[in-house]
Design a protein around this ligand. Structure first.
Ligand code: NAP
Length: 520
């Protein structure tokens, strides 16, 4: 069994005391152990802030972008090894592992290109100069890197992407990172951290890795330190209540639960291109990473007349899913990541099933193909059907973080569809399938503000549109309300969180020179 360590004050250190054990969810074999007991979190934060911060702030965007490029290259060189670790510790298929690992290197590479484009600047100019007098007195709004530390706390489902999509944005903005993965699947993030540290890419203090419990880390944050958290709404709510955020006004970004929707509008009839696209996307979302994707569809909103056909089409595809040990290459869906996750998913299915009908699957224990007897955290892909949106209130309240979604029939009216989407209280993404522009326009007015992203699939883009579950570095990721109210990524927009906007007033000539802003 491997013993994982943390990277603190530019050294690898092992925690003491009792260690948490990481297992292979396909077999329950113990793989690694880790602890952060005894690590001085205050010293870790101070070192990152005082040593890593100045080093990164002294660099231009182009130079910081170059660091990201080198990180992406170093990780890519170890791709096969990383995919093996992902398969073993996260329980997904090879495809799931690629989604996570390639998503991490792809996001680093994307932000590296943005850095190159921003070039030799060290700050971001925010809009045009504001003239405050008839002569030389002006204001420039600029965004400066925050002189603090960027703390990242990640969820178990994307140990690679979750870690490095956040790292990419913070480092490019000029902030040192303290990154903490979820303990149960930390092996992959640990190995990736080891690779970038061994490659000697980052300046001293720029990267700290806490492999296990966060301990009292958040009690040491100051005004310019930031927290970007991904995980459950409950943990997010608890962390948000810490003094650093409520009293100290330190910025916090939360990516939490989300009851994402797929909505069928007019002209997406059974058998049409849009219909098949929707069914493909829905089945992919339900089974990719065993449904443990923050962007996976949970609610499928369909005109009443098509509901039977849709249940049939989805359940037929799900019946071909082979659930089991992902070491067996015939397996197309792995287990969920942990024993606790299995319990949560089963209980969640039971809870929703009280207000819905089970079309296929269910919470009953199943045996995974090629899994050791009685071992592994397996659950059947499960489709539920509600009578109506209002007849199943829990479907809009409770996220089953696994391969489970609910079909919800509705009238076909755009306002009604938007109302049902909004019942989720705020989501990361909704997808619509319709070729009716009037319907789409009306739906977007009601539904778009309840989402961080909306994918509007029409027939002409059916071949080129990406699945809704795919988060892209150049599009906003986050969502209002229940989804946490966060905003990550989105190209340049992602840097806002890690920079302080300042209005600097003065002599246009002096400021232009001092700040390096060319005259307009
Ligand atoms: P979780 O239990 O809330 O844990 C998330 C992270 O918080 C883990 O790293 C965990 O560390 C840490 N944590 C827990 N208690 C803490 C505390 N008191 N102080 C500091 N850190 C603490 O969530 P999860 O089960 O890993 O993730 C599943 C959830 O994440 C789902 O609900 C899903 O919707 C959401 N998610 C959202 C997004 C998004 O982008 N919006 C993406 C992925 C997942 P330990 O592991 O060490 O306990």
């Amino acid at each position: 069994m491997i013993r994982l360590s943390s990277y603190v004050q530019d050294q690898w250190v092992e925690g003491t005391g009792e260690h948490s054990v990481l297992v292979n969810p396909s077999t329950e074999e113990a793989l690694a152990e880790t602890s952060t007991a005894g690590i001085d979190m205050a010293a870790a934060i101070t070192h990152a802030r005082d040593v890593g911060g100045p080093a990164l702030r002294a660099m231009t965007f182009a130079q910081r972008g170059e660091l990201l490029k080198q990180m992406a290259n170093a990780l890519h060189e170890h791709r096969e090894e990383l995919l093996d670790i992902a398969e073993r510790n996260n329980g997904g298929t090879r495809g799931d592992a690629k989604f996570d690992v390639d998503g991490a290197t792809g996001t680093l590479a994307s932000y590296a290109r943005l850095g190159e484009k921003l070039g030799d600047q060290t700050l971001l100019v925010d809009g045009k100069v504001t003239r405050l007098s008839r002569a030389r007195f002006v204001a420039h709004h600029v965004r400066m890197p925050r002189p603090g530390v960027a703390v990242h706390i990640n969820a178990f489902n994307f140990p690679a992407w979750g870690t490095f999509e956040k790292v990419a944005v913070a480092i490019l903005a000029g902030m040192p990172v303290v990154s903490k993965p979820a303990t149960a699947t930390a092996w992959l993030a640990w190995r990736m951290s080891q690779i970038i540290i061994e490659a000697g890419i980052l300046p001293a203090g720029a990267y700290t890795f806490i492999c296990g419990s966060a301990g009292d880390m958040l009690d040491h944050l100051g005004a310019h330190d930031t927290l970007a958290f991904t995980g459950s709404a409950d943990t997010g709510g608890f962390l948000r209540s810490k003094d650093a955020f409520t009293k100290g006004s330190a910025p916090v970004n939360i990516e939490a639960d989300s009851l994402n929707a797929a909505v069928f509008g007019p002209k997406a009839d059974p058998g049409s291109d849009l219909w098949y696209l929707a069914v493909r996307n829905i089945v992919k979302d339900m089974t990719q990473k065993t449904g443990q994707k923050c962007t996976a569809v949970r609610r499928i909103i369909v005109p009443e007349a098509w509901a039977d056909a849709l249940c049939e089409a989805i359940s037929e595809d799900l019946s071909r899913v082979v659930v089991g040990n992902t070491a067996d290459k015939d397996v197309t869906m792995g287990p969920v990541a942990t024993a606790a996750q299995l319990t949560d998913v089963r209980e969640g299915i039971d809870r929703l099933a009280e207000q819905t009908t089970i079309v296929c699957g269910g919470s009953a224990p199943i045996t995974g193909q090629s899994a050791p007897d009685g071992k592994g955290f397996y659950v059947a892909p499960t489709l539920l059907r509600a009578e109506s949106a209002d007849a199943a209130p829990d479907v809009h309240k409770h996220e089953v973080f696994g391969p489970c979604a609910t079909v919800i029939p509705y009238s076909g009216d755009a306002d009604e569809a938007a109302r049902i989407v909004a019942m989720g209280g705020g989501s990361l993404v909704s997808a619509t399938y319709t070729d009716d522009r009037k319907w789409l326009g009306q739906f977007l007015v009601g539904a778009a503000p309840w989402n961080g992203r909306v994918l509007a699939c029409t027939a002409k883009v059916a071949d080129e549109s990406l699945p809704p579950g795919m988060v892209l570095p150049n599009c906003l990721h986050g969502g209002p309300g229940r989804a946490g109210g966060g905003e990550e990524l989105g190209g340049l927009r992602g840097l806002e969180f890690y920079t302080q906007r300042v209005a600097i007033q003065g002599d246009s000539g002096v400021l232009g020179k001092v700040l390096g802003i060319p005259a307009e």
